[in-house]
Design a protein. Structure first.
Length: 281
């Protein structure tokens, strides 16, 4: 079933007309990375301390969906959708606002990601496995936390970290072996698949700034000044989006959530794990 699942996900990404820039032959996303985590992995419970007590575990999502008969074993299937080279190139040119291609990837590309979630849920349910997508579940909601700032009851990035797909950066993004420029998605299923080994020791192993103090490129790329030596100021980032980017971009580009992504392009971790990190030694 694992092979069938991976073939289906990759096939959906490579053939779906929804994964394509408007009036272009270019795609939003390249071939995905896929990883797996046990729903009972203690890390998901630890996220209640690391992220916030509002962050739900896979088991809590399953229990809310299926009641007392919820599956006691299963898998978090996580994927990374790397942003295509053409889109990344377009956003490297930006200094204050994102490119048209990047904004469409953030808005319409995430709609594609939502359709991928629904596709995977339907596939696994058809095969007889109780499955849900946390971001599409009734229990998913946005949260404003004094500690975490803008957050939610399920983090796709933290699911990907648990599934061995990458570690965090100074800018709060997830650096994978295909870089930091991506969208992430996941489903929770009772299908049991062997977990992907996490090839890292800590949550920031792939970030040059945390490991060798030789980077900080994302600090210079951030037009809001929201990234500093101390990390990422979510509120400053959010306010810049609302006050500067939205008025200049939304109507012009035909989107409502344009993203920014300047800190994810024209940086050493844009499309790979940079050298001089633990994994490259």
């Amino acid at each position: 079933m694992k092979k069938e699942l991976e073939k289906a996900i990759k096939g959906f990404v490579s053939t779906s007309p929804s994964n394509q820039l408007k009036d272009s032959d270019e795609r939003y996303f390249a071939e995905p990375m896929i990883g797996y985590a046990d729903i009972n992995d203690p890390l998901f419970s630890e996220y209640k301390t690391i992220v916030g007590d509002f962050h739900l575990t896979p088991v809590e999502f399953l229990e809310a969906e299926y009641g007392e008969a919820y599956p006691r074993s299963g898998t978090v299937v996580s994927w990374i959708l790397p942003v295509s080279l053409a889109v990344r190139r377009s956003n490297r040119k930006g200094k204050k606002i994102p490119s048209f291609e990047w904004s469409h990837t953030r808005y319409f590309g995430e709609l594609f990601n939502e359709s991928l979630r629904k596709y995977v849920v339907a596939l696994l349910r058809t095969r007889g496995y109780r499955t849900l997508a946390p971001v599409l579940a009734a229990q998913w909601k946005r949260v404003e936390s004094p500690e975490a700032g803008h957050a939610s009851t399920w983090s796709e990035r933290h699911a990907a970290y648990a599934a061995g797909l990458g570690t965090f950066s100074l800018s709060d993004g997830l650096i994978t072996r295909k870089g930091i420029a991506h969208r992430a998605g996941s489903v929770i299923t009772e299908l049991v698949i062997e977990p992907t080994a996490r090839p890292y020791q800590g949550p920031y192993d792939y970030c040059l700034k945390y490991n060798s103090n030789t980077c900080g490129a994302c600090i210079k790329r951030c037009p809001a000044g929201a990234i500093t030596e101390k990390g990422h100021d979510k509120e400053a980032c959010h306010q810049y989006m609302r006050q500067v980017i939205y008025p200049k971009v939304n109507e012009k580009y035909g989107v409502t959530i344009p993203g920014c992504g300047l800190c994810q392009t024209k940086v050493p971790c844009e499309s790979r794990i940079p050298a001089n990190t633990p994994v490259s030694r």
